[in-house]
Design a protein around this ligand. Structure first.
Ligand code: HSE
Length: 324
């Protein structure tokens, strides 16, 4: 009897989130990618981690991409005889660039593709994938931006009929010459730690401040009013607390602004800082000044000049291997 073993590959963009005031709401897909490859096998389970920071990613059942795969197989009540999961990571881990979100999406989408190929069943919709991914992450901003690409605005309701969060997301396209200069310092900061320093409640005036900035920011991005970003990316809800966890936060911010950045924010929960500029500006100078400012505070950092990924996650099912 011929057994057909299926495979699927997902290419998932990194994300930056919050963008200053849009805490847990706003995200942007970035031109920096990881790939997740899921292959059915005759027996056994093998998890392989390759690429950037691969030593920080567990190759065990604790692996979040593996857990996402199993979630989808459970959902469709399917257990392959064996599987191999490869995470080819291109995103510095635990630095605020949405790496865990890319792993979750990679696992969910490759398993979804295999179930679809095997049973001809309807694939889970984009909004169902987003619900599963948000349940893993706890907040929708990174996974929505990585799934859809572009600038993504999300709101979450806590449960729908399956007890999964229900997420409404809209993708917008920013000006095509927007560049994002990421300065990634050489230390990790877990989201859990960066959330633990936030207060339980905030002042009414701080909430109003952020609603205004966040709304202005979305409008500025879609109407190509990038000169408003300096004001529109101000934040009172999380960066003032998290800045204390990042040596040189204020200096890096000032260094990028004085080198011509339109604005600067913490990327997600940090520690990466991200400056925004048009492609016509001196992005190299901005990245060099940010590096120098981190160095002045005892931190090495790597920088990358990225653009916005506008396509989101792509899934491919390249091969059907027949094994006798
Ligand atoms: N919105 C999240 C936070 C992103 O700031 O905690 C980090 O994963």
């Amino acid at each position: 009897m011929t057994e057909i073993y299926l495979s699927a590959t997902a290419k998932i963009p990194a994300s930056t989130t919050n963008l200053g005031p849009g805490f847990d709401v706003l995200g942007i897909g970035l031109s920096l990618y990881s790939r997740v490859i899921l292959e059915e096998k005759a027996s056994g389970t093998k998890i392989i981690c390759l690429g950037e920071d691969s030593e920080k990613i567990p190759a065990t059942p604790d692996n979040i991409a593996y857990q996402a795969v199993m979630k989808i197989f459970d959902h469709f009540n399917y257990q392959p005889p064996g599987l191999q999961l490869t995470i080819d990571n291109g995103i510095p881990a635990i630095r605020g660039l949405g790496g865990s979100g890319t792993a979750i999406l990679g696992g969910l989408l490759t398993a979804n593709s295999i179930c679809h190929q095997r049973f001809g069943i309807e694939s889970l919709s984009c909004s169902e994938i987003l619900s599963f991914a948000t349940e893993f992450e706890g907040h929708p901003d990174n996974v929505a931006a990585s799934l859809l690409g572009g600038v993504v605005v999300s709101a979450m309701e806590h449960s729908n009929k399956d007890n999964l969060p229900s997420v409404m997301s809209i993708k917008l396209l920013p000006p095509s010459d927007l560049r994002l200069i990421v300065a990634i310092p050489d230390f990790t900061l877990t989201t859990q730690k960066a959330r633990s320093v936030l207060p339980d409640s905030v002042n009414f005036s701080d909430a109003v401040f952020n609603i205004g900035r966040s709304s202005l920011l979305v409008a500025a991005l879609v109407t190509d009013n990038l000169d408003l970003l300096a004001t529109a990316m101000q934040d009172q809800l999380h960066q003032p607390y998290r800045a204390k966890l990042i040596p040189g936060f204020n200096e890096v911010f000032e260094a990028a602004m004085s080198a011509g950045a339109l604005s600067v924010s913490l990327s997600g929960a940090g520690p990466t800082m991200i400056a925004y500029a048009r492609s016509s500006s001196n992005t190299k100078k901005i990245s060099e000044r940010m590096t120098y400012a981190f160095k002045n505070n005892g931190l090495n950092c790597q920088t990358q000049i990225l653009s916005v990924d506008i396509n989101g996650t792509k899934v491919d099912s390249p091969s059907r291997k027949s094994i006798l």
